[in-house]
Design a protein around this ligand. Structure first.
Ligand code: NAD
Ligand code: UGA
Length: 458
């Protein structure tokens, strides 16, 4: 069969894989090829055991794979054949040199741009799918258009707004698809080609176009605003704990103002995930780069409150458990950075596990999907750590349970059974406010929620 378009995606990660699976699933007329430098990852995408867990992903991959969706390691051939190339490689925080710990590390991006330049034999549209600092497209255009063989590249910005755990629903029914382009004739033509791809399933009102710099910046700002809401409610959670106010009641009252809205106001042990921290630090770095010190300090506060919230959680545990955790066994319910994903990047659970081990506590980690990642992540922690998927077995003989991830499973466990299997007095620290605190207190637990009065039997 002859396909209308050859689409390539470089980077088969949490964004590249699901995004391309959705395009292929919705658009049989395009051939979608996803490549990566890690062959094992491509093997997994071609197997029944996909490299990431995401509700609904297996189904759409199964429908499209082999039909018009392909996972491959031949990046060069992929570039040659493509009309449109999405670049979805990782853009972590730089760990070296100028901007270390703050700026985005663009080495993977730049390597990709140079590889495209080296291999391309015909003109192409290059789509920035990765989250990048504003003005990256300019650097990309300069690299890409430095070739002498007459091949032309048009760079578009099309940041991805999916959240893990709901990626498929987000991709199928996005709040918006943002496409930034140069305002030149060729830029607008390329933009329209990309609009046409999404228009196969996305309502035209939700496909928003803008200039390329606004698009790049909007992605960083969207993540900064989302994280800011969590840090705002978390900052209030500390005040609630001091004043007997209840953070859930405050969030409900505040969120009912239609100008504020109810979403993203769940106080927690802190936000995790690969992007919030990195993207805010990137925004802070950009502000400082342009001499905007106060603006940089403002956004940096969002990250500081998040670090503080995790530390506060551990200190609360320590104080509650008679100022020593040494030799005590603490079970973490959940290790993923949020529910419905196996992803553990920047998970608060790792920070908490590290701090518990530093207090000489024994740690038992339980999670329905993230135990393999948890084993990897905790390798460097020198301490007594066990990994047990079954929450009942994991909690047996423990002094405390700390809920780290809001998995539905943890709401509905038989806490009576858990209570009797634990050391007494038994403690529960609910880092997600997901269990019935009154009920657990009545079972006999000493209960420590976030931003709500504690319930203790002594
Ligand atoms: P990821 O680490 O899961 O995937 C990136 C992939 O790119 C990896 O598989 C890596 O092997 C591959 N890669 C790196 N260099 C390559 C190269 N030169 N050639 C081919 N493959 C290469 O990362 P991710 O979570 O998918 O994030 C990708 C980008 O999307 C980041 O910029 C991130 O900020 C952004 N983003 C992520 C999410 C999310 O939920 N994870 C959501 C929106 C945006
Ligand atoms: C986030 C954004 O929601 C996406 O729009 C964006 O595309 C993505 O980052 C990205 O750029 O990577 P994600 O990190 O997958 O998505 O998940 P979120 O649902 O945003 O949750 C992030 C963290 O905040 C999690 O640890 C979650 O538990 C925590 N959270 C969320 C709270 O503590 N309270 C809340 O009210 C909401």
């Amino acid at each position: 069969m002859k396909f209308e378009k050859e689409i390539l995606c470089i980077g088969a990660g949490y964004v590249g894989g699901p995004t391309m699976a959705m395009i292929a699933y919705k658009c049989e007329q395009y051939r979608v090829n996803v490549v990566d430098i890690v062959p094992e990852k491509i093997d997994q995408w071609n197997s029944d055991d996909l490299p990431i867990y995401e509700p609904g992903l297996d189904e759409i991959v199964k429908k499209a794979r082999g039909r018009n969706l392909f996972f491959d390691t031949d990046i060069e051939a992929g570039i040659k054949a493509a009309d449109i190339i999405f670049v979805s490689v990782n853009t972590p925080t730089k760990t070296y040199g100028v901007g270390a710990g703050m700026a985005a590390d663009l080495q993977y991006w730049e390597k990709t741009a140079r590889q495209i330049l080296d291999c391309a034999e015909s003109s192409k549209i290059i789509v920035e799918k990765s989250t990048l600092p504003v003005k990256t497209a300019q650097a990309m255009e300069r690299i890409l258009n430095s070739g002498k063989n007459g091949v032309q590249f048009e760079v578009l910005s099309n940041p991805e707004f999916l959240a893990e755990g709901t990626a498929i629903a987000d991709l199928e029914n996005p709040d918006r698809v943002l496409i930034g382009s140069q305002q030149s004739q060729s830029g607008l033509k390329a933009r329209d080609e990309l609009v046409a791809i999404y228009a196969n399933w996305v309502d035209p009102d939700r496909i928003v176009t803008s200039n390329i710099w606004s698009s790049e910046l909007s992605k960083l700002v969207a993540n900064a605003f989302l994280a800011q809401r969590i840090s705002s409610i978390n900052a209030i959670s500390s005040l609630c704990e001091k004043t007997e106010a209840d953070v859930s009641e405050v969030a409900r009252a505040v969120g009912m103002d239609s100008r504020i809205g109810p979403k993203f106001l769940n106080a927690s042990v802190g936000f995790g995930g690969s992007c919030f921290k990195k993207d805010i630090l990137n925004l802070v770095y950009l502000c400082r780069h342009y001499g905007l010190e106060q603006e940089a300090d403002y956004w940096e506060g969002v990250v500081s409150i998040n670090e503080h919230q995790k530390e506060r959680f551990v200190l609360n545990m320590l104080t509650a458990m008679f100022n020593t955790l040494a030799g005590k066994k603490v079970c973490l319910f959940g290790f993923a950075f949020k529910a419905n994903t196996g992803d553990t990047r920047e998970t608060p659970a790792l920070t908490i596990a590290g701090r518990l081990v530093a207090e000489n506590a024994q740690v038992v980690i339980s999670d329905p999907k993230a135990l393999d990642n948890a084993r990897q992540d905790t390798k460097e922690l020198k301490g007594d750590i066990q990994f047990i998927e079954d929450p009942y077995i994991a909690a047996e003989g423990c002094h405390a349970v700390a809920i780290m991830t809001e998995w539905e499973l943890y709401r509905t466990l038989d806490y009576k059974k858990i209570f009797v299997s634990m050391q007494q007095p038994a403690f529960i620290f609910d880092g997600r406010n997901i269990v019935d605190h009154e009920k657990l207190f009545n079972i006999g637990f000493n209960v420590f929620p976030i931003g709500k009065p504690k319930k203790v039997h002594f």
